[in-house]
Design a protein around this ligand. Structure first.
Ligand code: UDP
Length: 237
């Protein structure tokens, strides 16, 4: 690890990071993401990756289609386990030892989430992929990423997205949307800015954990953000 970089981070990758326009799971895209994570891992950072499942199931969307919301959310949590296994496979094919720890226990495929064991893996410089969200319906993997980052004593929560950071409006829709380099938690909450959900922001605020929202699709951004290069939007005090 270079001296200037973070030593322990939690990276949140949404389901959309796994998919492309035509594929729910885009093998080539996942490979690029895994190569980036490997490069970050090779810097010597203690790394846990929390994965979402929105490319496969979003509970609220299925709920609107008439599926019982709680059932739909459990399906969403299982979707996160699927993405975690996809990422584990991609990392292992690059020679990175990666452990999946899930809050939803499926003992033939994944390890149960255990904070101490997770920290042990991280200190041994093995990648850990965290799945299952919080294990409760009506929550999101943003909130579980925030909680895990706090629990694991990460210095920062890195939220990977498909845009450069936080904007005043959706930059894919509004070309006049203003980009923010730096925001306080209160500005995000009061301005209803689309960074992470409000529960996640509040949890980070209460625990003084900074968040950096950055673009996953731009080459080497994961390494760059871990080395504290000023990319994306920094959310803090
Ligand atoms: N989910 C849940 N509880 C959690 C985390 C996730 O019920 O603690 C469900 C919820 O239905 C959600 C889905 O899993 O829509 C996928 O997670 P999320 O939407 O956070 O994925 P992302 O948007 O990051 O791809």
């Amino acid at each position: 690890m270079t001296k200037k970089g973070y030593k322990r981070v939690v990276v949140k990758i949404s389901g959309e990071g796994f998919s492309s326009e035509n594929n729910v799971i885009d093998k080539d895209g996942v490979k690029v993401m895994a190569l980036e994570l490997k490069a970050a891992h090779d810097l010597g950072v203690e790394l846990a990756v929390t994965v979402g499942g929105g490319n496969i199931v979003r509970g609220n969307e299925l709920g609107l289609l008439g599926v019982n919301r709680v059932q739909a959310d459990y399906m969403g949590m299982i979707a996160t386990v699927i993405n975690a296994l996809v990422l584990q496979d991609a990392l292992e094919s690059l020679g990175v030892e990666a452990h999946v720890q899930s809050v939803i226990e499926i003992d033939k495929m994944v390890e149960p989430y255990n904070r101490k064991q997770c920290l042990r893996y991280m200190k041994e410089k093995k990648a850990v992929i965290l799945a299952g969200g919080l294990g409760n319906p009506y929550f999101t993997t943003d909130t579980s990423a925030a909680l895990k980052a706090v629990e694991l004593g990460a210095e920062v929560l890195l939220k990977a997205t498909k845009v450069d950071g936080v904007y005043s409006a959706d930059p894919m829709v509004d070309p006049k949307a203003r980009f923010y380099n730096r925001l306080t938690y209160s500005q995000v909450l009061n301005g209803h800015l689309k960074a992470m959900d409000a529960t996640a922001i509040t949890l980070c605020m209460e625990n003084h954990l900074p968040i950096i929202v950055f673009n996953l699709r731009k080459g080497q951004n994961i390494q760059r953000v871990i080395q504290k290069e000023p990319i994306g939007t920094y959310i803090g005090e």
